[in-house]
Ligand binder design. Sequence first.
Ligand code: DQQ
Length: 507
Amino acid sequence: MRRRDFLRILTFSGAAASARLGAQGKSAVGFSVAHDPDRPDYHLLPPHNWMNDPNGPIFWKGQYHLFYQLNPNAAVWGDMHWGHATSTDMVHWQHEPIALAPTPGSEDSAGCFSGSAVVFDGHPVILYTGVRRVPSDQATILDTANNLRECQMLATGTDDSLNQWTKFKRPIIAAPPNHIASTGFRDPCVWFEDGAWWMIVGSGMRDIGGCALLYRAKKDSNLTEWEYLHPLASGKKNGKAWPGTAHDVVDSGEMWECPDFFELGNQHCLLYSTERKVLWQSGTYAGLHFTPQQSGLLDHGAYYAPKSFMAPDGRRILWGWIPETRPEAEFARAGWAGAMSLPRVLHVSETGKLQMEPAAEVNSLRQREEAFTLDQHQTHKHLLQALRMELLVTGFTSGQQLELNLRQHGETIWSVAIDGETGVARCGETSFGVRLDETPSLRLFLDGSVIESFFGKSEACTARVYGLKPGKTECELKLHGPGSVHCSQFALQPISRNKLTGNFPPR
Ligand code: DQQ
């Protein structure tokens, strides 16, 4: 999967031409997304073409607004715009017109990268990263193929539907601090605390490691002038070198993308994306310094660049980008790429561990339920008529081993398992430890080629499994060891007609 492709921004036009879709959702080669079994049916994604990071989630005038990185012209990364969708329940979505587009000749002429939306002085405001092409000695994104310079920009919403945005005429932060040999400068996360507005920007220091740079808005500047303070948090590069074995400075751990910082329970939490994974830290924030005390991996699978916001009822909701894991030529041909995760509600446990669970609103997708008890050494098989399914297994205990296999034509295509004796879970090819006292449940959402699995509240793994076929895929559950577990399998509703995943709720 080649997402990190600022490098390819100038070189994708061939694939782009073959992946362009017409208004009916058909690709140039005549393949309709409606009949693509790999395409999700209840996760949000644009009607066609490429999406990546969630951007600026915000609740405004009775609606949830979710923006995302969108290439409106091709099913590959490039030409970043802010796509936009609205919802009243975070599950059923209305596609909205593009919210932000690059302005020719300006600081964001080569793309509107990720950022935040906040309500400032009663008005919705987007803070985002603008990129433009420059001579190589002025570039802030380190790569050898493209010379892109990043700056932080601001746009103000001018209608209540958040479809119209007016860009502030100049960057609000023109460049990373001079004295830092920075590896990048993007993805502002903005919040209000202790009577002031704060921002962190994803960055890193060459040969040292990724970091999040802390800024404070100057008084009475209406968020248009910012003062640099210091790194809020920083990490160490890994053993890979760039140029060399690492694809880029994100891969070498020298650059953090999409930092997200918020108070949760009596802790502060930092999320950041680097080395193709998302890490979390929880700890204390005092005197403008964050001291992490606990840390971990947010998701063990295909999940990147998440962004959170606080829902009106106080829940901290997290959205993440589910990238493709198949070759670019395949998703370019399919005419779509990427999906938004289901909304996850975040908590911090008493021991400071970040926990998550799907938002309760997701239950509204449930249709028919098949409930059964699985006893020791028993196998339960179920043919999936549609690739839209939720499975909830509860009552798992430490002496048991549970296995779920997706099988087609007598072969296991993918599986997930928990071994209660060793405390190891497996999700496809990936293994990780689970705390069994915290993991009495497995909850899994299958949607076309997307599978989001939750192991209790502490571990999650998002997988991409291509080539499953409705009516041909069997879901097989096996239990080994003493006792039994309780299983509920739900058929789930799609959120649109013809898999355009928005606008036509079939409810
Ligand atoms: N995606 C955006 C950047 C961000 C990256 C560009 C993370 O703003 O750093 O599409 O996936």
